[in-house]
Design a protein around this ligand. Structure first.
Ligand code: COA
Length: 260
């Protein structure tokens, strides 16, 4: 598949999606959001793709936000539509993606860029990364899930401060905030992400899908996550992966999960 704004590469189970509009610091215009949706939808069906690594091209930016030039003349109704469509097509889609999604933040992750990283299942960053939700400095608020996911991850007070000040935090502060799980030197970032992906791929990806659902249920309004956990736990017992995982353990050999 040919894309204008992203690069999609696959190797040994790892699908790397690189947002590639370096002249605009990888800002998310509508076309990029549509391409990302398509790449994720393809990855869902692609049996070769086990884990997704999402990153930005170059050393300067992961994604410097939604493309401001596209929405500066929008009406309230168009603004609402922009947020609703983006959330449904990309941000919620990534958050609920059945395969692990790791955001490898290689530089600025601002506004929609940080929101995209927040939608990923977890984040790692290079030591030059800078993160923030600067929307109020533009007279708007985060619209791609940032007001919901940032406080879930860093806590309400820190999210309030980050959003109100529109400031940026560096990678080490992000680590302290639990916004990212690890910080690496810039050249090591993708290797580090790949090592994590390899560790993940040794386990049952079917069980991991269930775990993603159950963990996400904790953050869904009106959903009892414990009930989701019970459902998903039960579902695992009917899978070939469960049969393989338990019998491999009992026979003292390494499991070789069929992924079913
Ligand atoms: N939307 C559209 N274009 C963007 C962009 C965005 N969110 N972020 C950066 N760009 C563009 C710039 O307009 C510039 O394009 P140009 O060369 O055609 O003028 C190019 O990317 C390079 O950015 P520039 O501002 O020159 O780089 P810098 O190193 O001086 O500053 C930032 C980097 C990230 C601090 C600065 O680009 C910035 O503040 N970006 C906007 C961040 C933001 O508010 N995001 C939230 C959007 S809701």
């Amino acid at each position: 598949m040919d894309y204008n704004n992203i690069i999609v590469e696959i190797g040994e189970g790892i699908l790397q999606i690189t947002i590639d509009r370096p002249s605009k610091l990888n800002a998310l215009n509508k076309e990029t959001i549509a391409e990302l949706h398509e790449a994720f939808a393809d990855a869902k069906e692609d049996e070769e793709a086990k884990v997704v690594i999402l990153t930005g091209s170059g050393e300067k930016a992961f994604v410097a936000g939604a493309d401001i030039s596209e929405f500066s003349d929008y009406s309230p109704e168009e603004g609402k539509q922009l947020a609703a469509e983006g959330q449904q097509k990309l941000f919620d889609y990534v958050a609920n993606f059945p395969k692990p999604v790791i955001a490898a933040i290689n530089g600025f992750a601002l506004g929609g860029g940080l929101e995209l990283a927040l939608a990923a299942h977890f984040r790692i960053a290079s030591d030059n990364a800078k993160m923030g939700l600067p929307e109020v400095s533009l007279g708007v608020i985060p619209g791609y899930g940032g007001t919901q996911r940032l406080p879930q991850i860093v806590g309400k007070g820190r999210a309030m401060e980050m959003i109100m000040t529109a400031g940026m935090i560096d990678a080490n502060q992000a680590l302290q905030y639990n916004l990212v799980n690890h910080v690496t030197e810039q050249p090591e970032l993708l290797n580090f992400a790949e090592n994590l992906a390899e560790k993940i791929m040794k386990n049952s990806l079917v069980a991991i899908s269930s775990a993603i659902k159950a963990i996400n249920a904790n953050f869904e309004a009106g959903v009892n996550g414990f009930e989701t956990e019970i459902e998903e736990f039960g579902r695992c017992f009917g899978t070939e992966d469960f049969e393989e995982g338990t019998s491999a353990f009992l026979k003292k050999r390494k499991a070789d999960f069929p992924g079913k």
